[in-house]
Design a protein around this ligand. Structure first.
Ligand SMILES: Cc1cc2nc3c(=O)[nH]c(=O)nc-3n(C[C@H](O)[C@H](O)[C@H](O)COP(=O)(O)OP(=O)(O)OC[C@H]3O[C@@H](n4cnc5c(N)ncnc54)[C@H](O)[C@@H]3O)c2cc1C
Ligand code: HEM
Length: 431
């Protein structure tokens, strides 16, 4: 349990006691709510950069939210320094926590702090936060994070903020941050505790087949050491034996199978640590670790709407899983798949998709090749339709997801009927 932020070195009086505070429930949503609410409903990351967060109009929100935003505006220009100082504080004051983190703290190291700052900024907006934080708390079990680690992180957050927001920092602001951090961490701690009762912190999985489909795309199939429950359209996090404690996300390429095997389509990106290990180094018999399933790009079986699916590159993997899911439910809903790639050579799974099309009269698959038609995936959907009876599913690189969102809204699909993976996570990964 988080009890206090004892040890924070910030100026001013002793930090406020960390008793979990309830979320403010009646206040107006934050300025970016329209976009962010959708994001969190569909997936799990209301994460914006400190710079973005700081540009939000500061006049709306609870007194705590206003104080939090004021501090964020102050630290935004020196976000990198705040991150470095935060980790320096954490590892100097709590050296035992260093071993939870990767040996090399790479470019993704700002994700923890970025998430914290953005969650604090959205502290008024319960719906946006809770799903995201519960998922994050469950996901932290695989790092070895325990409830007693949270005060240390909170203390160092306050330490870093108070140093870099010194110009505006005061006791009132510190108390607002302490309340926000307490609320955020309590949601994560509670979700992790509930998850402990029903799932392991991680799964070991043995690679059973490794199929190199192109020089840089492999289909990797693994057998988890215990049953792995998930839904078609979700993804997991993967750690390889070659890069300990470095986790990356990969989507399940099939709906749950009766033999319990899981497959992933992995594209080796230039200089990418985990993807290159999985594509070029992994072999049958190697053991990887899997985190819990995540993501809400799943089929809503309570409706009869059609599914309009856009998969770019390895983004076809979860789309294939969705098609299998519809088939298994015996639904006869129209499913229209647009499979995009730069060249026909990159359409590494087109045969599988065309086979599925042959077996299912409700399924249509169209390949959209940039270099042939000089047409990008999102543009292609404008040429077909109408789509007003469809829910949309988008999977691929963040640029494609963004332009896909615009194209789908243009053809009349409202945002709350568009599902996709986390753009912010993809951006953080540089993919
Ligand atoms: C929800 C979600 C689902 C995902 N599903 C899949 C999936 O099914 N299959 C899959 O292959 N990937 C998927 N990814 C991307 C994956 O998580 C990794 O980001 C990717 O494999 C790169 O990791 P890495 O460790 O190899 O590269 P890193 O070591 O993180 O990156 C090394 C360098 O490569 C750059 N880089 C990273 N990605 C790309 C890219 N795509 N193109 C060019 N340069 C890049 C980085 O900017 C960095 O400079 C998914 C990501 C998310 C967030
Ligand atoms: C409210 C508190 C916290 C928030 C909002 C938070 C958020 C995050 C986020 C967003 C990530 C990126 C990867 C992911 O999504 O899992 C992350 C990674 C991580 N977090 Fe946390 N975290 C918090 C507390 C903690 C605590 C208390 C610990 C334990 C010391 C911890 C340890 C880690 C580790 C080891 C990683 C992986 C780092 C890496 O991959 O480089 N976090 N955290």
């Amino acid at each position: 349990m988080v009890s206090s932020l004892a040890g924070a070195t910030s100026p001013g009086p002793a930090p406020t006691a960390l008793t979990p505070a309830p979320f403010a429930s009646t206040l107006a949503p934050p300025p970016t709510a329209a976009a962010e609410q959708h994001v969190s409903a569909q997936r799990h990351a209301p994460v914006s950069s400190p710079e973005e967060a700081a540009t939000a109009p500061a006049e709306e929100g609870s007194p705590d939210a206003l104080l939090i935003r004021r501090a964020m505006a102050e630290v935004a220009p020196v976000a990198d320094k705040v991150t470095s100082y935060f980790y320096a504080l954490l590892f100097v004051r709590h050296p035992d926590l260093r071993s939870l983190f990767p040996a090399a703290m790479d470019t993704q190291r700002d994700r923890l702090l970025r998430a914290l700052l953005t969650a604090a900024e959205h502290i008024d907006n319960k719906e946006v936060l809770v799903d995201y934080l519960q998922n994050l708390g469950r996901g932290h079990r695989k790092y070895g994070t325990r409830a007693e680690h949270y005060p240390a992180v909170g203390e160092c957050l306050i330490g870093a903020l108070s140093k870099y927001a010194a110009g505006v920092w005061n006791a009132e602001m510190e108390a607002a941050w302490v309340r926000a951090y307490t609320t955020i961490s309590q949601v994560m701690i509670d979700a992790a505790a509930a998850d402990e009762l029903r799932a392991p912190a991680w799964w070991y999985a043995e690679i059973v087949t490794h199929d190199l489909r192109t020089p840089d795309v492999a289909v990797v199939t693994v057998r988890p050491d215990q049953p792995y429950p998930f839904l078609a359209g979700q993804y997991t996090s993967v750690e390889t034996p070659w890069w300990p404690r470095i986790w990356r996300h990969y989507s399940f390429a099939s709906a749950p199978r009766s033999d319990g095997l899981l497959s992933f389509h992995v594209k080796a990106v230039p200089a990418g640590w985990v993807s290159n290990a999985l594509v070029h180094r992994a072999r049958p018999g190697d053991i990887i670790r899997l985190g819990p399933p995540a993501g809400s790009m799943t089929v809503d079986h309570t409706t009869e709407s059609g599914l309009l699916c856009l998969g770019g590159g390895t983004g076809i993997a979860p789309i294939k899983a969705l098609v299998e899911d519809v088939a298994e439910h015996g639904d006869r809903r129209p499913v229209e798949v647009f499979y995009g790639a730069r060249t026909d050579h990159d359409l590494y799974d087109i045969d599988t998709m065309l086979r599925l099309q042959q077996s299912h009269p409700w399924l249509s698959v169209r390949a959209i090749i940039d270099q042939q038609a000089n047409q990008q995936l999102p543009d292609a959907i404008r040429a077909y339709g109408p789509w007003n009876e469809f829910d949309a599913y988008l999977s691929g690189p963040p640029g494609m997801i963004r332009s896909g969102m615009n194209a789908l809204r243009d053809v009349g699909i409202p945002s709350d009927r568009i599902r996709h993976d986390s753009v912010e996570e993809l951006v953080a990964a540089g993919s």
